[in-house]
Design a protein around this ligand. Structure first.
Ligand SMILES: [Zn+2]
Length: 254
C-alpha cells in the first residue's frame, strides 16, 4: 500500500494507522531527502523505506520534532542519516529513554530498540542540508525542545504535536510553567508568515485558513483553561484525551 502523498512540490506526507501520526519527507537534490518523524508501526516504517526506494529517495538527514516515543522511531532500512533534534529534546530522549522504550513497546512493538531515539543534538536555526531551506522553530510547548520545521519555499509548516484538528493542546504538565510554555510555543508558530499548509504531528494537513483556525482554537482552549473552570472542547473524543484535559485543569488549579 502506498502512503506518501505529495501535498506541495517536493513535500510528501504519510499518515499512520496509529493516532493519525504524520511522517513528512522533503525532497532535495540528487535524490536526497529530509525525513521528519518517521512512524509508526514496524510495517509502516518498512513500507516507508520501500516507497522511498521506489521513488529513488534516500534519507540524508532526519529531524525529530520532539522527544515522545512516536516521534523518535527508526528502522535499519531507512539508513544512517543523522537524526537531529533540538538540544532540550535530545536531553530528554537520553534521560527518559527507558520510559520511552517502554511506551513504544506497549503501543508499537517490534522496533529495534537500538535504533530508537538515537538523536543528534542540533543547536541551529535551520536543518543543515543541501535541500530546500528548513527553518527550525524551537520552543517548549508540549515537550522540551519541540522543533517545528518551516519550509519557506512551499509555505509548509511541519508543526509537530501542535495545530491539530483532532487533538486539544497537550501540555507538558511535568514542566514548571507548562501553560506559559504552551502560550509561547503557539505564538511562535502563529507568528510564522507565509504558511500555506500545516502538517500536524497527529491529524490532517490543513490549508492557510485551517492553520489560522487551529491556532485560534488552541488559543481559545488556553484562554478557557486560564479561567480554571470546567469546560469542553469538540476535539475531546477519546478517553485518554479527556484524562489529559482533566490533568490540565488540575495543573492550572494547583
Ligand atoms: Zn507528542
Amino acid at each position: 500500500m502506498r502512503r506518501l502523498a505529495e501535498i506541495a512540490p517536493g513535500v510528501l506526507v504519510a499518515t499512520s494507522s496509529f493516532a493519525l501520526t504524520t511522517t513528512t519527507v522533503v525532497t532535495g537534490p540528487g535524490g536526497g531527502c529530509l525525513l521528519i518523524d518517521p512512524g509508526v508501526t514496524v510495517a509502516e516504517l518498512a513500507g516507508l523505506a520501500g516507497e522511498l526506494a521506489e521513488r529513488s529517495l534516500v534519507p540524508v538527514v532526519a529531524w525529530s520534532t520532539h522527544p515522545h516515543w512516536d516521534h523518535v522511531l527508526w528502522s535499519r532500512e531507512l539508513g544512517d542519516a543523522p537524526r537531529y533534534a533540538a538540544p532540550a529534546a535530545m536531553h530528554i530522549a537520553e534521560t527518559e529513554r527507558a520510559g520511552m522504550v517502554g511506551a513504544m513497546e506497549n503501543s508499537a512493538p517490534g522496533h529495534d530498540p537500538e535504533l530508537f531515539g538515537r538523536l543528534v543534538r542540533l543547536d541551529a536555526s535551520a536543518v543543515p542540508w543541501e535541500g530546500p531551506t528548513a527553518q527550525l522553530i524551537v520552543h517548549d510547548a508540549h515537550a522540551p525542545g519541540h522543533g517545528a520545521v518551516f519550509l519557506p519555499d512551499t509555505g509548509v509548516l511541519v508543526a509537530g504535536d501542535m495545530c491539530s484538528d483532532v487533538e486539544i493542546p497537550l501540555l507538558d504538565t511535568e514542566a514548571d510553567d507548562a501553560f506559559g510554555d504552551y502560550r509561547t510555543g503557539l505564538s511562535r508558530l502563529a507568528a510564522v508568515s507565509g504558511v500555506s499548509q500545516v502538517i500536524p504531528g497527529h491529524g490532517h494537513v490543513g490549508d492557510e485558513a485551517e492553520f489560522r483556525r487551529r491556532v485560534a482554537a488552541d488559543a481559545a482552549y488556553l484562554d478557557a483553561l486560564a479561567l480554571r473552570e470546567p469546560f469542553d472542547d469538540p476535539r475531546i473524543t477519546v478517553g485518554w484525551m479527556r484524562a489529559a484535559h482533566e490533568e490540565h485543569l488540575r495543573y492550572v488549579r494547583r
